[in-house]
Design a protein around this ligand. Structure first.
Ligand code: HEC
Length: 236
């Protein structure tokens, strides 16, 4: 007969394992969960789209002025209540962050139109000791107050067209292609300044919310401390 103790431990492990990111999220997910924003490291490149045309004219390069005129993006992180990020050293003495299960980071991409229409919300959730679930969501309507965000499952770089009201008198038509969902982990694995944290591509996680981005994360830490009265980090 199995011991009730073992059964309890197993049941607890199942209940305590964070679920995959869901198919639907409320539009106000980040504020409801208490996500705090942080700044990306200097010089990082996170793709907003695979291609873009504005009023029929192709825009070349993410550094083109139209991109910063039309898009704004912000990154966020959240750890479950009562958890901390454990700072450790690897065998070469480099700092490693052992994120708690259920930790989430987010990348919110909005248009700079009059109503700040949401383009995409990308989220990573730590679901096991070695795996992060990578998801991209987009709203089912441009009226954000009523919107639900649906998890994307498209293949390749699907097209998306939207007409934005930029000001009272100016509107622009954007023809975009979304980035491929199969590109996420590969890129985070090869582009993170702390990619040494991830032994293999399938273990890849946050790209900018990592050791080495002290400046970008300082205000995240300050806000966290002010809110909870203790540091979000602990040492092993
Ligand atoms: C071409 C490379 C690339 C691809 C593809 C990519 N990302 Fe990123 N992503 C980055 C970089 C680089 C950052 C860090 C920010 C910076 O340096 O500007 C980042 C940041 C993020 C963040 C903010 C938190 C953090 O530190 O990681 C999230 C969330 C995120 N990406 C999700 C995704 C998802 C989901 C996909 C796939 C749909 C994806 N990314 C595809 C390069 C990429």
């Amino acid at each position: 007969m199995k011991s009730p103790f073992l059964i309890t431990v197993r049941l607890f492990a199942i209940l305590a394992t964070p679920a995959l990111l869901p198919e639907q999220l409320p539009a106000q997910y980040l504020s409801h969960q208490g996500f705090i924003s942080f700044q990306e490291p200097e010089g990082g490149f996170k793709p907003l789209f695979a291609s873009l045309s504005v009023d029929g004219v192709p825009v070349r390069g993410t550094g083109a002025p139209q991109v910063s005129q039309l898009f704004s993006d912000t990154t966020f992180a959240n750890i479950p209540n009562g958890t901390t990020i454990q700072k450790m050293k690897d065998s070469s003495g480099r700092e490693i962050w052992n994120y708690p299960l259920g930790a989430e980071v987010a990348h919110k991409i909005e248009f700079k139109d009059l109503s700040h229409t949401l383009f995409e919300l990308r989220i990573l959730r730590k679901i096991t000791e070695t795996q992060w679930d990578f998801a991209s969501y987009s709203p089912n309507t441009t009226r954000l107050q009523e919107a639900t965000l649906s998890r994307n499952h498209y293949m390749g770089n699907i097209p998306f067209t939207i007409t934005l009201q930029i000001s009272d008198h100016i509107s622009s038509r954007l023809d975009l292609r979304r980035i491929s969902l199969t590109s996420c982990k590969n890129c985070h694995f090869s582009n993170s300044q702390a990619s040494y944290q991830y032994p293999t591509v399938s273990e890849a996680g946050p790209c900018g919310f990592t050791p080495g981005n002290e400046n970008g994360i300082r205000s995240w830490i300050d806000t966290y401390q002010a809110k909870f009265g203790h540091s979000p980090f602990s040492n092993l």
